[in-house]
Design a protein around this ligand. Structure first.
Ligand code: TRP
Ligand code: ZN
Length: 888
């Protein structure tokens, strides 16, 4: 693969193994905020297939070259070319191995894109995935070049008492002049994207873990001085992750030390560098006064995710970036499983599916759609997507559903055994499952190569005379970008035939699909599955546990949805039916507003279901809260799919919720008054569930008078961030401009003046007030000292929340919010292209808007795309969003 130049496609079909390998690399850093010197010595090996005349290309980006030596000798002029993208060396030694030594200068303080080595507060840290290592030194920066790293760090003791890198510390000492050094050696060969350095001054908490084979591993979490206590939850999550991976997959940690460092300026959530994970501090630090239950849950799952990468990503890495889902989809699957085991499986599944539908489905249905394994890209940073991660995880889950948990385990065991130390591909991954279970998975593997969400329509027919029950299924693949449409995928359908009480029924024989473990297999465009010997007409429960990432249109008939909402014994499907009833009620209300009709009454049967679920003590609180949570405006918009007018959706939704509150008010009030959380705050799933239940009830109760008092009292009494934030959002969103709201916002800001992470919540709450006036507030907030263009968390909390979490305010019909947003993106792009490009994806669904908004969006998108100074990242997103380039 050639280095990515502006505008050129990198193609999977162009993949060639590396011409030169790097067996060993020795790095020496002379750290300085503006002028860091990096010395690199690479032990190169010419690959067997490479002729000795072949030039050697080393990637480099934004490096100032000081010197180059080959086998210790200075290079001749015509032996070397330095370009924008790297260094080409010719006339290399004829021996199969030789060394290259380079010295370069870099400026960490000027590195605002936060890729490579950068300054964050008073510290230095690195981010190398995907292509950041080339911003540190000249190197074949591709994941199939694996080297053993030895790293010597030198810095001023005052500034950087801590000098950390991957692996084990093998030496350290004083250099005089206030300087010191440390040497780290990582015995595991790794690609450059897993390299990391942290140098600076932080506090630490330490612990230890004894692995299943009895080795002691030292655990260290580094955080800002004074915040050590806030890392205890992360440490606990780490130990639980380590134990879980041993118990569930037999996977043991492999170094003597595991370190986590929390930094405040970070492009993503966290990074799995070998032995030295670097985290966005928002996913490490938590205490009851600053973190919500959702923050705790995120910390638990991200700590686990990065830890799990040690096997799925590090020990087995990716051959090239097209295979990103090999490590990400698999690792997300693993962290989902971990959280399910730690908390409630049903609740976790529902939350994950909601997230998939909210983020991945629109991506797949819009202009940025791409296969889980793309065939081409212009900028790999733009492919760290919901499709690669979340849909990628669903593909692994489907493998498990198809093979059964034992077969799945045999396949994955073979994968770890066979590919340990490799840079692998999806084909190799799938082959392990196919071989271990003797299953042909070639049809299933198509999931990796096509974009789009399959839609499955389901019809049933019961023949009472023959006692036979037929299920007719049809699938079509709908993608936001052109591709063949007649693709039939292998869709595993978990199902049950239910009797009137919701209990599973039996049958004598089945025709039209293999059926085992409650799964049937849809493999054709249209398929009829017939069950014989079914004694009475059953209700069909399909896609139980959301067994495949599909949509189902036409949706369940109303009567079937009511049945499932009452009786389905699959907790996911029961929730899904309730959610579907909510959705239908909202959509009917919108249709009626369009026809200027009065708000339709809400089906009393549905309201009775809501009340009975709310009261059902057999169900845990978190599950009840999910059932009572109405779909968001964005979710309704996605379901409507075209002609979107977010203000109209919002208005209809408010109407319905008011009706629900009036009719269910008494029940909700009784439950609210009776709800008690015993004991002091604990971030447990049980307590978190109870809090979310109470918060959900509160959001209904405030709709009937005197809501403002109720919310004000609630925030006054709150002794934890979850309750505070629930009440603050209710005040800001339901009672904007009320004096209590103004006071609550001001008090909150003052109370957390020195807590940037909490102020991010404060920014988001205000940015998401569902009103066309919110733009004015957002513009003011941008100018407060709390905001910073350089900090990705601030940008996401304010601009990201506004663009993705405020459909009403962002999609003002006059297009003013688009104009402001596009200006902001331009400004951010000059600082950090990864952040600007990602935020820009907020406008990917512009074609689904009603004509006035759509035109305003297009005008602003085109205006931005005409700027000449855009980064490659942003240009790629914009041109695909506008549909200017051919599709993936
Ligand atoms: N590999 C990281 C993860 O998912 C993702 C990541 C962290 C990343 N930082 C990044 C990806 C910067 C691209 C650029 O765990
Ligand atoms: Zn990951």
């Amino acid at each position: 693969m050639k280095p990515s130049e502006n505008g050129t496609d990198i193609l999977l079909s162009d993949y060639k193994p590396p011409a030169y390998l790097v067996n060993e690399v020795h790095l020496r850093f002379e750290l300085d905020r503006q002028n860091t010197i990096v010395h690199a010595k690479l032990h190169i090996e010419r690959a067997a297939q490479t002729s000795w005349e072949t030039p050697l290309f080393l990637d480099g980006d934004d490096l100032t070259l000081v010197s180059v030596l080959i086998n210790g000798q200075p290079v001749l002029r015509d032996q070397m070319t330095v370009s924008e993208t790297g260094l080409i060396l010719r006339q290399l030694p004829k021996e199969p191995t030789f060394t290259i030594e380079t010295v370069v200068r870099i400026n960490p303080e000027k590195n605002t894109q936060l890729m490579g080595l950068y300054a964050t507060r008073n510290n230095f840290c690195t981010q190398c995935e995907a292509e950041g290592f080339r911003r540190i030194t000249f190197f074949p920066d591709r994941p199939d070049v694996l080297a053993v790293f030895t790293v010597r760090l030198e810095g001023k003791f005052e500034e950087t008492p801590l000098l950390l890198s991957n692996g084990n510390k093998i030496d350290q000492g004083d250099l005089g002049d206030g300087k010191h050094f440390a040497v780290w050696h990582d015995p595991f060969p790794k690609p450059a994207y897993l390299f990391a350095v942290f140098a600076g001054d932080l506090g630490v908490i330490t612990d230890s873990f004894t692995t299943m084979s009895g080795r002691d591993v030292r655990l260290e979490i580094y955080v800002e001085h004074g915040k050590e206590e806030r890392a205890l939850y992360a440490m606990d999550a780490l130990k639980r992750s380590m134990r879980w991976d041993e118990e569930r997959f037999g996977l043991e940690y492999d170094l003597d030390i595991f370190m986590i460092v929390a930094v405040s300026d970070f492009n993503m959530g966290a990074m799995e560098n070998k032995g030295l994970n670097i985290f966005n501090d928002k996913y490490v630090l938590a205490d009851p006064h600053t973190a919500t239950d959702a923050d705790y849950a995120n910390i638990e799952s991200i700590i686990a995710h990065e830890y799990f990468h040690n096997w799925t990503g590090n020990r087995i890495t990716c051959r090239d970036w097209f295979q990103l889902c090999l490590k990400e989809g698999l690792t997300v699957y693993r962290d989902h499983e971990f959280s399910s085991d730690m908390r409630s499986r049903a609740v976790k599944r529902i939350a994950d599916v909601r997230a998939l539908r909210a983020h991945q489905f629109p991506e797949d249905a819009g202009p940025l759609a791409h296969p889980v394994r793309p065939q081409k890209y212009k900028e790999i940073n733009n492919f760290y997507t919901a499709t690669v991660y979340e849909k990628g995880a669903e593909l692994v889950r489907m493998l498990e559903t198809i093979l059964g948990s034992e077969g799945f385990r045999r396949g994955i065991d073979l994968y770890f055994q066979r590919h340990d130390g490799d840079a692998a591909t999806i084909e190799q991954f799938i082959a392990c499952f196919a071989e271990a279970t003797d299953t042909d998975l070639s049809h299933f593997a198509k999931w990796y190569d096509y974009s789009g969400t399959p839609n499955v329509s389901v019809k049933t027919a019961y023949d009472a005379a023959k006692k036979s029950f037929s299920v007719i299924m049809q699938q079509t693949l709908r993608s936001g970008v052109p591709q063949p449409r007649d693709i039939a995928l292998h869709i595993p359908v978990s199902f049950a035939l239910l009797n009137d009480g919701g209990k599973p029924m039996v049958w004598d024989s089945v025709d039209g699909s293999k059926v085992s473990n409650g799964v049937l297999h849809l493999t054709e465009s249209q398929q009829t599955i017939r069950f014989d010997g079914v004694q009475s007409e059953p209700r069909l429960s399909v896609f139980r546990g959301f067994s495949a990432p599909i949509t189902q249109i036409p949706e369940q008939a109303h009567d079937d949805a009511l049945f499932a909402a009452r009786h389905d014994d699959d907790p996911f499907n029961r929730w899904n039916a309730i959610n579907g009833l909510f959705m239908r009620t909202m959509k009917d209300a919108i249709a009626d507003i369009d026809r200027n009709a009065a708000t339709p009454p809400v089906d009393p049967q549905f309201l009775a279901i809501l009340e009975s679920v709310a009261r059902d003590n057999e169900l845990d609180f978190a599950y009840r809260a999910l059932c009572l949570t109405p779909p968001t405006v964005n979710e309704i918009a996605r379901d409507l799919s075209t002609g979107i007018n977010p203000s109209a959706i919002h208005a209809a939704r408010e109407n319905i919720l008011d009706t629900v509150s009036v009719i269910c008010g008494e029940t909700f009030e009784t439950l609210f008054d009776g709800a008690r959380i015993d004991g002091s705050f604990e971030p447990t799933a049980a307590q978190a569930g109870a809090r979310s239940f109470v918060g959900t009830l509160l959001s209904y109760l405030v709709r009937t008078t005197p809501g403002i008092d109720l919310a004000t009292t609630f925030i006054g009494a709150a002794d934890n961030m979850t309750d505070k934030l629930t009440a603050l959002s209710i005040l800001a969103h339901q009672f904007p401009g009320h004096s209590n709201t103004i006071k609550a916002l001001a008090d909150f800001r003052e109370a957390y003046a020195s807590e940037p992470m909490v102020l991010d919540k404060w920014l988001s709450v205000q940015a998401t007030v569902p009103s066309e006036e919110t733009l004015t507030d957002v513009k003011e907030l941008v100018d407060t000292p709390i905001f910073s263009w350089k900090n990705p968390n601030r940008a996401r909390a304010l601009l990201g929340a506004f663009a993705t979490g405020n459909p009403v305010g962002f999609n003002r019909p006059d297009g003013e919010a688009y104009a402001f947003f596009c200006d902001s993106i331009l400004r951010l792009d000059a600082i950090n292209p990864q952040v600007s490009a990602r935020l820009m994806t907020a406008m990917r669904s512009w074609k689904d808007l009603e004509p006035v908004r759509q035109a305003a969006a297009e005008t602003n998108l085109r205006k931005l795309s005409e700027r000449s100074e855009l980064s490659r990242d942003l240009r790629d997103i914009l041109s695909r969003t506008l549909g200017a380039t051919n599709a993936h």
